[in-house]
Design a protein around this ligand. Structure first.
Ligand code: ZN
Length: 92
C-alpha cells in the first residue's frame, strides 16, 4: 500500500481529501484538479474574478474555516500570492 498522494486544487490550492472537496465536471463526474469552491459542472464558479480578489477571498476563507490553529499558522506562512500564482489556473 503506497502513501496516498495529496491533491491540491489547481485554482486555490486547497488540499482535497474527501469526495466533497472535489469540484465536478459537466457530466457530473468529479474533477481531479479543482475543488468544489472553484469549479462546478465543468466551469469556474467565478469565471471573471481577478487574481488579487480571488487571492484575498481564498485566504480569508481558509482563515475563517474550521481548521486547527496549527494549520492556520502554517497557512499564513505558506499561502502567499506567489504560491497561488504558481497554481495551474493562474500560471498561464
Ligand atoms: Zn479551489
Amino acid at each position: 500500500m503506497g502513501k496516498q498522494k495529496m491533491v491540491y486544487c489547481g485554482s486555490c490550492g486547497k488540499p482535497m481529501k474527501k469526495t466533497d472537496d472535489f469540484g465536478s465536471e459537466r457530466d457530473g463526474t468529479l474533477s481531479d484538479k479543482y475543488c468544489e469552491l472553484c469549479y462546478q459542472n465543468g466551469s469556474w464558479t467565478e469565471p471573471d474574478i481577478i487574481f488579487d480578489d480571488f487571492y484575498e477571498k481564498s485566504y480569508r476563507g481558509f482563515l475563517n474555516s474550521d481548521r486547527s490553529r496549527i494549520e492556520k499558522f502554517f497557512l499564513k506562512k505558506m499561502y502567499t500570492k506567489k504560491f497561488v500564482r504558481k497554481l495551474e489556473r493562474w500560471s498561464k
